[in-house]
Design a protein around this ligand. Structure first.
Ligand code: GRF
Length: 305
């Protein structure tokens, strides 16, 4: 979606919010399209119950329209003190869920250390306490939670305790990175629009129950598809059905094996998950009126993809 396709402005149907009636000159409402200094005020339109705003910032809704598809897009505008100084974004707390080697977890974690992702991996959750991802987390001093409880083991949290624990860590976003268990309804409901998964195919193809690991790539090659790549999507109570947020594309080569294709897709996964994590932490997700989430470009705030 290119810059020229978007027009901005307050919708006439937008209800007047108390904030718009604010007489206090200390506040200014950002109604303009995002530009350099006010990018930092953008936020996904649905407030999560556990997200709090500082007393000097309040959310209101902005609507704008895509000229091509005529869809309305909503986002939150946050009032900020009229000081001319950009609001500092709070560092987001991330929980990463893994079941295996955790290469996606590592690349996200490294990006938080480098500052490419304005967040902190506060906790790692795994159903396999000795997997590569969990070992690496312990080496890095990241707390590890086992979930769910394994058979014949006393270790592991219940669904309720997991929710309580993630809340205690003040988790903003949950990133599934090769976590093979279905996410329980309790967790989906406790963290609305805050849980993401990466899947190694271009959903909605080659997804759903039974499509995991190397099986996905075998199916892609057998289908004759010429392109594959990772999808990052919101998580609901089912396998791979939540709203698609981002995709990356790689070619499927004539002589590919499932393993060579998997390696090419995995490289793309590392890149894509870091980009998405960065966008989440910088509050650059907006929602088109039909419920499709879009990522606002950092370099060009008038560009969405
Ligand atoms: C990735 O291919 C991801 O798409 C899938 O599980 C794999 C995890 O790999 N959900 P890693 O553990 O991050 O290396």
């Amino acid at each position: 979606m290119e810059t020229q396709n978007l027009s901005f402005g307050l919708s006439s149907t937008l209800p007047t919010s108390p904030i718009q009636n604010q007489k206090n000159p200390f506040f200014q409402i950002l109604l303009k399209p995002p530009s350099s200094s006010n990018i930092l005020t953008l936020k996904g339109v649905f407030l999560k119950p556990h997200v709090s705003f500082s007393p000097k910032s309040f959310p209101s809704k902005e609507f704008f329209q895509c000229r091509n598809c005529l869809q309305r897009i909503e986002r939150e505008a946050i009032t900020v003190p009229d000081s001319g100084v950009s609001k500092e974004l709070r560092k987001k707390k991330l929980a990463v869920f893994v079941s295996g080697g955790g290469s996606n977890f590592r690349s996200i974690y490294e990006a938080t250390l480098e500052g490419t992702v304005h967040g902190e991996v506060a906790v790692l959750v795994t159903n396999k306490k000795d997997c590569g991802g969990a070992k690496y987390a312990r080496e890095q001093g990241i707390p590890v939670i086992v979930f769910p409880k394994a058979k014949n083991s006393s270790e592991g949290l219940s669904e309720e305790d997991l929710v309580g624990s993630l809340r205690a860590y003040n988790i903003d976003f949950i990133l599934l990175a090769g976590y093979l268990k279905l996410i329980p309804t309790e967790l989906v409901q406790a963290f609305p629009r805050s849980i993401f998964n990466i899947h190694p195919s271009l959903l909605p193809s080659f997804g759903g129950k039974g499509y995991y690991g190397i099986k996905v790539h075998k199916a892609v090659i057998a289908s004759g598809a010429r392109y594959s790549g990772p999808t990052i999507h919101y998580v609901d109570e089912h396998y791979d059905t939540g709203r698609i947020l981002a995709q990356g594309v790689v070619p499927v080569l004539a002589n590919d094996t499932a393993e060579t294709l998997a390696a090419r897709v995995l490289q793309e996964e590392h890149k894509l998950y870091v980009e998405v994590a960065a966008a989440l932490c910088e509050e650059r997700i907006v929602w088109r009126e039909d419920g499709v989430p879009l990522i606002q470009s950092k370099e060009d705030p008038n560009h969405y993809k």
